[in-house]
Design a protein around this ligand. Structure first.
Ligand SMILES: Cc1cc2nc3c(=O)[nH]c(=O)nc-3n(C[C@H](O)[C@H](O)[C@H](O)COP(=O)(O)O)c2cc1C
Length: 208
């Protein structure tokens, strides 16, 4: 069951215009927040965007950032970069866009209060940041799988974060919180082909 779910999930980027009932979105988020998190601090929040004008505004911000970035790319690579950048706005036709955000928990760094040497201070700060990001990413994976189990399509997207600051402003993300990804959600209007994976054996090193 879990194997079938994991193996059949695909990133969906084309959606039917049909709205997703609010209770379905709520159920998916209820499942998302069953994820584990460091010290069970649940460092996540979710911004659910259903308003078409807001999704359009987010997409426009990503296009503007893309145009700025593409203008800085040398002529020879610009076409390839433009094709890649097409994927950054693939959330815009979804009826719902979920934006998971996270906040680091500066517990050790606050207690140590500047008394750590640079190496330990940097390791502690990174641990605190990454813990929140990892926990929220696990909740995001739950969301993708729960959506798939429900017959919905979804995709994690970080490409749109080239416009991170603009999207945070559009969504009113509070200071101290950071966007993890943009997640379009809707009834699939495509059956994406299976994607290749390197075998686990190829990407694993076992220390015995
Ligand atoms: C962290 C992350 C960021 C991604 N960003 C984008 C994106 O910006 N645009 C997009 O179309 N797909 C994005 N994807 C989807 C990947 O392209 C997709 O997961 C990968 O090609 C494997 O395909 P599959 O998910 O269908 O197995 C992202 C996936 C992850 C995990």
């Amino acid at each position: 069951m879990i194997e079938e779910l994991l193996r059949s999930r695909r990133s969906v980027r084309r959606f039917k215009p049909d709205p997703v009932p609010a209770e379905v979105v709520e159920r998916l988020l209820d499942l998302a927040v069953t994820a584990p998190s460091a010290s069970n601090k649940q460092p996540w929040r979710f911004v659910v965007v259903e308003r078409r004008a807001t999704i359009d505004e987010m997409a426009a911000a990503v296009r503007a950032a893309r145009a700025r970035i593409e203008a800085a790319i040398p002529e020879g690579s610009r076409e390839a970069v433009a094709a890649y950048g097409e994927y950054f706005t693939r959330f815009e036709r979804a009826p719902v866009v979920v934006v998971p955000i996270h906040r680091p928990l500066p517990l050790l760094s606050t207690l140590a209060d500047g008394r750590l040497d640079d190496a330990d201070a940097s390791a502690v700060a990174q641990m605190e940041r990454d813990s929140a990001l990892v926990g929220t990413s696990l909740a995001l994976m739950n969301l993708l799988l729960a959506a798939h189990a429900e017959g919905l399509g979804a995709s994690a997207m970080t490409g749109p974060l080239i416009a991170r600051a603009e999207i945070a402003r559009i969504l009113g993300v509070p200071p101290g919180w950071d966007i993890v990804a943009v997640v379009p959600l809707g009834y699939p209007d495509e059956v994406p082909a299976a994607t290749e994976r390197k075998s686990a054996a190829k990407v694993t090193r076992t220390i015995r």
